[in-house]
Every structure is written in structure tokens, then in C-alpha cells.
Design a protein around this ligand. Structure first.
Ligand code: FES
Length: 157
């Protein structure tokens, strides 16, 4: 499995045990292991065969946390990580590239959620769940462009 942000073996003072990394990032140990299993971060074994993480991974985890809080999936995050030229750490330029890539995705989600918010009131108390009328059920429906809520017509579903 491809992993990103693999630093050359760091000096001991640059190493973090998984518990330290969890404490520094606020991410549960089990989640860190999950990220590693998904190839988003990578550990190495020190001379005592203990699992260690390079300090650079803190910034990687920060990016993952920010992206996840914005609704970006781990799959999408991994896809964008793969496009970064420097896969040893997340630089300011990397962050600019990542945020630009997610800008359109976030705008689309905001528009979808805004439409959902604006139309849900019309559905409360209606309950028709009509494929031809309900924007919640069928957001692309042409009849939905007449506005939220049920519309009086003679069509049958
Ligand atoms: S439930 Fe959405 S329009 Fe009736």
C-alpha cells in the first residue's frame, strides 16, 4: 500500500511514539493506526523495534483533521496527497494546493446544503416524497424549480 509523507529516518529527538502523537494532535491512537493502515501516514521502527513517527507527521494529521472537518473523505485526502510533489512533509505551498483542490468541492457541498436547508421547510408537514415534486427526494426535478413544497398538479407518481 502506498504511503505518503515518508521522511528519511529521523533523529531520535524528531521521533514521536504513538501516544505522544495522539497527545500532540488530539487524534485517538486507534485513529492514527487507521490512518496508517489507509496509507495516509507512515511509522517506522526504531532500534528497539518500537513504532515511531517523524514529527513532520503532525502537520499531515492537521491537514487530515481540517479536511475531514470540511467533509472531505479520507479517500479524497489520499488522492490529493498523491498529487503533491513533496511527499516528505506538508509545506505552505502544499497547503495552498490542497485547499485550492478542495475549494470547488466545498462550494458544491455548500450549495447543495443551502438548497436543502431552503427547501426542507416546505417538506415538513407535506410528506409526499414525490419523485416529481420533492426537492429532497429528487433535487434535479424540473418541478422542484417552481419552489419548495408540494405543487398542485394532476400528475401521478
Ligand atoms: S415531502 Fe418534499 S415536497 Fe412533499
Amino acid at each position: 500500500m502506498a504511503s505518503f509523507f515518508v521522511s528519511a529516518k529521523p533523529l531520535p529527538e524528531q521521533e514521536l511514539a504513538v501516544g505522544e502523537l495522539s497527545q500532540r494532535t488530539g487524534v485517538a491512537i486507534s485513529t492514527l493506526h487507521f490512518y496508517e493502515k489507509k496509507g495516509l501516514i507512515k511509522s517506522f521502527r526504531n532500534s528497539s523495534n518500537h513504532r515511531r513517527y517523524p514529527r513532520d507527521v503532525i502537520r499531515v494529521i492537521s491537514v487530515i483533521k481540517i479536511a475531514q472537518s470540511a467533509g472531505i473523505s479520507l479517500f479524497e485526502i489520499k488522492q490529493q496527497f498523491a498529487r503533491l510533489t513533496n511527499q516528505k512533509k506538508v509545506t505552505i505551498d502544499d497547503w495552498k494546493q490542497l485547499s485550492a483542490a478542495w475549494h470547488d468541492t466545498l462550494n458544491n457541498r455548500i450549495n447543495t446544503l443551502t438548497a436543502l436547508r431552503d427547501n426542507i421547510d416546505g417538506c415538513i408537514g407535506c410528506g409526499c416524497l414525490s419523485m416529481s415534486r420533492c426537492q429532497l427526494v429528487n433535487p434535479e426535478d424540473i418541478a422542484a424549480q417552481q419552489g419548495p413544497g408540494p405543487h398542485i398538479d394532476n400528475d401521478t407518481d
